[in-house]
Design a protein around this ligand. Sequence first.
Ligand SMILES: Nc1ncnc2c1ncn2[C@@H]1O[C@H](COP(=O)(O)OP(=O)(O)OP(=O)(O)O)[C@@H](O)[C@H]1O
Length: 260
Amino acid sequence: MAGSVHADAPATGLLSTRRLTWKVGGVAIVDGVSIDLAAGEFLAVIGPNGAGKTSLFNLITGLRKPSDGSVSLDGQDVTRLPPHRRARRGLGRTFQSSSVFNALSVAANVRLAVQARRGGSMRPFPLPGRDRDVAERADRVLWRVGLDDRADAPAGTLAHGEKRKLEIALLLAGEPRVLLLDEPMAGVSAEDVPGLVALIRTLTREEKRSVLMVEHHMDVVLDLADRVAVMHHGALLVCDTPDVVMADRTVQEAYLGEKL
Ligand SMILES: Nc1ncnc2c1ncn2[C@@H]1O[C@H](COP(=O)(O)OP(=O)(O)OP(=O)(O)O)[C@@H](O)[C@H]1O
């Protein structure tokens, strides 16, 4: 398996998995995956439909319990921790299906996420004084993703591209050290893709965040990723630089009949 981590190697990444496995009815949906995500690294996870990419994310964030193997953050085993405890340790995730409250304003959605991060209640409207720093933090995050001019709009009225930005804002509100982006370009119109790619590049490279991203658009993957992990039938086929991965014959074969 080119460029990948040996299953017995110590967990050296900011985020590491070892022999991570999830079986359903005896079938391995995720099959012995060992990866290391270094601090400041951008690792893309690709693979044909049904390869197990979202399931791998679910195991890393704790939404699913593995049948075998481990997940560690900063060298600490978090395999048994529930999702909110992993989030508190710096693991943040966007979802393919939207996690936005459509009836609330864009700003109120972000304030809720900031409050949740600070261990506050989920009150949708800030109180004066005590919650001022929450509102200020939310404003900063909205400005950061370029949604400050849409702060008062109901979230349900946002266009697809704007909604993706709001999902990224909700993620940033949690102040994560490791960002898990699940298909950030899904549903985004072709003309909005470059803007969203530029935003993700700025948020990650300039601020040296570590990112694990599942994405089907290969041009986006090649544009952003330092390394690419390819999954097929639940297992890791290759994990290496984009050039090496694109030239790999087993990868071409895995994608047979699909556009790479
Ligand atoms: N809860 C479940 N029970 C049984 N099978 C499941 C479950 N969740 C996922 N699967 C199956 O596991 C396989 C991997 O699914 P997963 O969504 O992880 O793939 P993926 O690589 O993210 O696919 P896509 O690119 O289409 O989003 C699929 O065959 C899917 O049907």
